[in-house]
Design a protein. Sequence first.
Length: 143
Amino acid sequence: MSAGRGLYTPEILALAMELSGTPWDEALPHKGNARSRSCGSTIEMGVATDEAGAITTIGLRPHACAIGQAAAALFVRSAKGRDRASIAASRAALADWLLGEGGQPDWPALDLLATARTYPARHGAILLAWDAALDALSSCDQS
């Protein structure tokens, strides 16, 4: 990806479109949401989990910029089979990477978001799916 291509690359826009395949499902038992303080983007997430607490199904209701939606699409691609601890560790590594304080996290295809690292106002939108998932999975602890 060339540095001169800007933030909203064809790859980012294509990723954002992937979310149409992950519709909101009111029947999902665990729901969470997240809001970016920097840009106001939001994501509502519903998940179902297996007996071990690993995500089996995801539904989204995004109200986010293309960067937030693209990041959510990358989240959805690889979140199934992960539990709360795994999501929390990935979220922490992602936040560090965005700030330039760590290497690229072990989450497939995050390199597609590399240009957004230089736009701090978009960092909150990138973290939305991880934050909404953690919120949704926190209800698993109470059920």
